[in-house]
Write a protein that binds this ligand. Structure first.
Ligand code: NAD
Length: 498
């Protein structure tokens, strides 16, 4: 491995210690990249871009098709690695790889559909059109909780758009990143037309993300992570007039209305709030239940919660794996202590399996009943804590739902058409994802993914999100023998002007 950008030296013994959250054990040591490495990678990626942009888009799609084949062939192994590195259950690890395969399929089709427009010109014998051009080096910064799929959303689309990639994965999940890069490299070898260093990986922490953020040779930075990260990165990207796709924190809500199918609603809450140990950006964190059904619904949820199997994510039957690390567990416990001080009624939340795995952090998902939407509830704690609140009137519930800084995902459970339409209307949920009768998490790749407000406003994955990865050119062609100016402006040449 080498030519395409897979850095051999990173597999040597080094300063980046990788641990599995399953048992806390060290599973690898890697060498972190240096700032010089980052500079070099971006320069090499730029050179690769200059070649890649000349390859016809459907041929670029062929690379992504081959990458999809590699993913299909290695789905089981990569899914398992995702589980080992993040602690998410194997089903979800495999689901993450499936999502990568799906976005590859989408991008292959897209490679023949990077359509522009022809636009009616106001001038006679003029043609106006809009075309889409490759943009350059795309810097990708990703979070620990989707260590492969988020990169793939960006990579598959950016590659068919004619861009080169430099990826700074989370320092907590570098092995998954190296595996993805190796599979892409295999696809590149088979493709036979992909330039060297079309994609490379920066291994290390936030300071190396900053180096990427600051580099003018990356016209687009797609950054996924906490709002704290986005708040630091966005002004730096803006200061050099770069473009950003920001996919930041969420604080997602669900309204359960009196007409809801409560069987569906309860199952949806379970997956969305407790699944992935509460470590999805789209995890359900705030539940608004109509007062007429609140007590019964909460009792039902609590009964289901105590039965959730928390344990080794690689074992069949486990629904909730560990938190990523001790810090995540401490943040969860601090939030629960704050809730207790605010008279919240807490079920669950305690640490489990501490004797078996003293260096791993498993916690029972918690339900916290709150009278008010306090600052604690309005904050994203990246852990399986569900705050439950009563509501009386739907307008009031929607107002409370929207009264948080984040705007990622939302849902309503109702069989009342008026309520569903209101929630999904312009006066309803203010989020980027607005669902009816399914939970807020688990998006498909076909739609544009992202959120409003402090979630960052970015969109990636499906729909027309590809446009962010390209440069738009508006072209006017004059095929007349005259030179009419737009808006009818007269600017006659002086007499005698040849
Ligand atoms: P994090 O912000 O700690 O780290 C994310 C990435 O940003 C890492 O690669 C990190 O090294 C890098 N980074 C951190 N500070 C940086 C800086 N100043 N400049 C450049 N890079 C920097 O997040 P995390 O703990 O890995 O992930 C959890 C967070 O990510 C949650 O808030 C979650 O909601 C969010 N998230 C959002 C989405 C989304 O699509 N909206 C998806 C996944 C995760």
């Amino acid at each position: 491995m080498g030519g395409f950008g897979f850095p051999e030296r990173q597999l040597a013994q080094g300063d980046l210690v990788v641990r599995s959250p399953i048992n806390g054990a060290e599973i690898a040591q890697l060498s972190t990249s240096s700032r010089g490495d980052v500079e070099r990678m971006i320069g090499e990626a730029h050179t690769a871009f200059l070649a890649w942009r000349t390859v016809p888009a459907p041929r670029r799609g062929e690379l992504v098709r081959l990458f999809g084949e590699e993913l299909r062939a290695h789905k089981a192994a990569l899914g398992r690695l995702v589980s080992i590195e993040t602690g998410k259950i194997l089903q979800e690890g495999l689901g993450e790889v499936q999502e990568m395969i799906d976005i590859c399929d989408f991008a292959v089709g897209l490679s023949r559909q990077l359509y522009g427009l022809t636009i009616a010109s106001e001038r006679a014998s003029h043609k106006m059109m809009e075309t889409w051009r490759p943009l350059g080096v795309v810097g990708i910064i990703s979070a620990f909780n989707f260590p492969a799929a988020v990169w793939a959303w960006n990579a598959a689309i950016a590659l068919v758009c004619g861009d080169a990639l430099v990826w700074k994965p989370s320092e907590k999940t570098p092995l998954t990143a190296l595996a993805c890069q190796a599979l892409l490299e295999r696809a590149a070898v088979r493709h036979n037309n992909a330039p060297a260093r079309l994609s490379s990986i920066i291994l290390g922490g936030p300071e190396l993300g900053e180096a990427l953020v600051d580099d003018r040779r990356a016209p687009l930075v797609s950054a996924t992570g906490s709002t704290r990260m986005g708040r630091a990165a966005a002004p730096r990207i803006a200061a050099r007039f770069g473009r950003a796709i920001l996919e930041l924190g969420g604080n997602n809500g669900m309204i359960v209305a009196p007409s809801a199918d409560l069987d569906l609603a309860a199952r949806a809450v379970l997956f969305a709030a407790a699944g992935t140990a509460g470590q999805r950006c789209t995890t359900l964190r705030r539940l608004f239940v109509h007062e007429s059904i609140y007590d019964g619904f909460l009792a039902r949820l609590k009964r289901a919660y105590v039965q959730i199997a928390v344990g080794n994510p690689l074992e069949a039957g486990t629904l909730v794996g560990p938190l990523i690390d001790k810090r995540a567990f401490e943040a969860m416990q601090a939030a629960l202590a704050e809730a207790r001080a605010e008279a919240g009624v807490i079920a669950g939340g305690e640490r489990v399996h501490a004797e078996l795995w003293p260096d791993a952090y498993y916690a029972r998902p918690a339900i916290v009943e709150m009278a008010e939407q306090t600052p604690l509830v309005r904050r994203e704690t990246f852990a399986p804590i569900l705050y439950a609140m009563r509501y009386r009137d739907l307008d009031e519930a929607i107002a409370r739902h929207n009264a948080v800084a984040q705007g990622l995902a939302s849902s309503i459970f109702t069989n009342d058409l008026r309520e569903a339409e209101l929630f999904t209307s312009g006066e309803g949920s203010d989020c980027g994802i607005v669902n009816v009768n399914i939970g807020p998490s688990g998006a498909e790749i076909g739609g544009a993914f992202g959120g409003e407000k402090e979630t960052g406003g970015g969109r990636e994955s499906g729909s027309d999100a590809w446009k962010a990865y390209m440069r738009r050119a508006t072209t006017t062609i004059n095929y007349s023998r005259d030179l009419p100016l737009a808006q009818g402006i007269r600017f006659d040449a002086p007499d005698g002007f040849e």
